[in-house]
Unconditional design. Structure first.
Lengths: 87, 415
């Protein structure tokens, strides 16, 4: 995790990502999700859902995840850290 | 006069409930106006009107659950308004407060009692305005208790003597479907679960398809690397909202290829095939709560990739959250079934009648592939075609798949 990021900030960012996921997949069990699992697989998000998620993340945080970085944001943990380090 | 009926939003729908009327008797409507919201097992759909005219009467109330084909409103067409002064008289005679709903329902239920064929009902009910003119609604009121056709049918089905029931919640105390359902309290456990309804409707459609349509199946593996490379170049500096997914390129290639293969794009009715010039590409969208719906991308062959992408996103969103239009539910001339990038390698689909073809797209996967006598790595998709042998043969089906494959090798031309 980014050294500059407090646990509290990380937590609130993770909550934001979870909320944005729930906007797309209201039935997703984000609480029961292992933050290190591949969340698209776990939560059944297809490529369209994922792009919609990245769109809302960009609107909420200003962080744009380019396609070449998709492999770096596979899990809830890695996605949250990715945003945190670029915010 | 035109009778508007409970529309079908796809072959897998049996009933709909009017949630809200956006019009009242006397309102002028234009083609494309949304006149009602209809709750179906596929969610809330906006019902459009396809003619210019004046709403004369509403034959069903908000909350009524009706079978498809059931009369729900009368529309005086614009040209009738211009040429027949007696039609105008009917409009003027309508009291917007009583809506004339009671009397018209009373007449239509009489008709419905004689026939279970909804087409027949529609034909006979079109005479209703004349009857309503001749008899005052008061005389009808005293003749018999009022009940909506759907309520009467439901009461019969449940063995309830509706004449013994207290006044209903409809106009002038007419019994509506909801009243019968309430009267049927002991059977409240039988309340239909929407997901069961959707499952039953899908079952009915695919069973009919497999019973009536002699399917044949073809499949072709297509290298997707050109498309993927072109897209990664195209998307590199774009924000997520502007990026194009490979789905859009594949759909575009399919739509454009189909324009040259009319035997796969159209409707088969009563032993006769009618090809369609426009490709209204039905996108099979899976719903998160289970089930699926096919939503038509109108004139998909004319859309550029960015437009097509926007359309797909918008429709997926509305399929899941409500707000699809009736025409989007009815017009698909061919369907694409795509299990997504994490689905399975292949899918063999079942044709949605009255269409005559469905194209299945498997997930992209990386495989060893031989190019110029050398084994290399390639990303491919397996595309399947299920088509109706009454209309086409495997030879032309194979040519269609090969044409789609060719288009996918030059994605820049689809922009």
């Amino acid at each position: 995790m980014n050294n500059h990021l407090s646990l509290k900030d990380y937590k609130s960012l993770k909550d934001l990502v979870c909320k944005l996921i729930l906007d797309i997949a209201p039935e997703a069990d984000v609480q029961g999700l292992d933050p290190n699992e591949e969340f698209r697989e776990e939560l059944d998000l297809d490529s369209m859902d994922f792009m919609t998620l990245l769109d809302s993340i960009e609107k909420e945080t200003g962080v744009n995840v380019p396609e070449r970085d998709y492999v770096k944001v596979n899990s809830l943990q890695s996605l949250t850290e990715y945003i945190a380090t670029r915010k | 006069m035109k009778i508007l009926t409970m529309p079908s939003f796809g072959a897998d729908m049996a009933v709909g409930t009017i949630v809200k009327w956006n019009v009242k008797p006397g309102d002028h409507v234009s083609k494309g106006d949304i006149i009602a919201s209809i709750e179906t097992m596929k969610g809330l759909i906006d019902m459009e009107v396809f003619d210019d005219g004046i709403i004369v009467t509403l034959l069903a109330g908000e909350g009524d659950e009706l079978e498809i084909g059931y009369p729900i409103a009368e529309l005086q067409l614009k040209h009738e308004e211009d040429s027949h002064s007696n039609s105008e008289h009917i409009v003027e005679s309508v009291d917007p407060h009583s809506l004339e709903v009671g009397s018209n329902i009373a007449v239509s239920q009489e008709v419905a009692g004689h026939s279970s064929d909804s087409q027949d009902v529609v034909g006979k009910v079109s005479r209703v305005p004349t009857d309503a003119e001749e008899k005052s609604s008061d005389s009808l009121n005293t003749l018999r208790p009022k009940i909506s056709p759907a309520a009467r049918s439901k009461a019969q089905q449940l063995g309830i003597d509706w004449r013994q029931l207290p006044q209903g919640t409809g106009p002038d105390g007419a019994l509506l479907l909801g009243d019968i359902n309430i009267a049927d309290k002991p059977a409240s456990h039988r309340v239909k679960d929407p997901s069961d309804m959707m499952r039953n409707a899908i079952a009915a459609t695919v069973s009919r398809s497999k019973r009536e349509i002699p399917h044949y199946y073809l499949q072709l593996d297509m290298v997707l690397d050109k498309t993927i490379n072109w897209l990664s170049h195209h998307n590199v500096d774009l924000p997520p909202s502007k990026r194009i997914l490979s789905n859009a390129v594949i759909y575009s290639a399919i739509a454009r290829a189909l324009t040259a293969f009319p035997a796969f794009n159209g409707f088969y009715h009563d032993g006769h095939y009618q090809p369609s010039e426009a490709v209204h590409l039905g996108n099979a969208i899976s719903l998160r709560q289970g089930g699926l719906m096919v939503v038509a991308i109108h004139d998909a062959q004319r859309l550029g990739l960015a437009e097509l992408m926007e359309k797909i996103k918008d429709q997926v969103n509305r399929a899941r959250n409500g707000g699809l239009r009736m025409s989007e539910m009815q017009d698909a001339t061919v369907t694409v079934s795509n299990l997504g990038d994490r689905g399975s390698d292949t899918i063999q689909s079942i044709i949605f009648p009255p269409q005559v073809a469905i194209i299945g797209i498997g997930r992209p996967r990386t495989v060893p592939w031989v190019i110029d006598d050398k084994v290399t790595s390639a990303t491919i998709i397996s595309m399947s075609l299920a088509a109706d042998h009454r209309v086409s043969d495997g030879h032309s089906g194979a040519r269609l798949l090969n044409k789609i494959n060719t288009l996918l090798q030059t994605p820049e031309r689809l922009v």
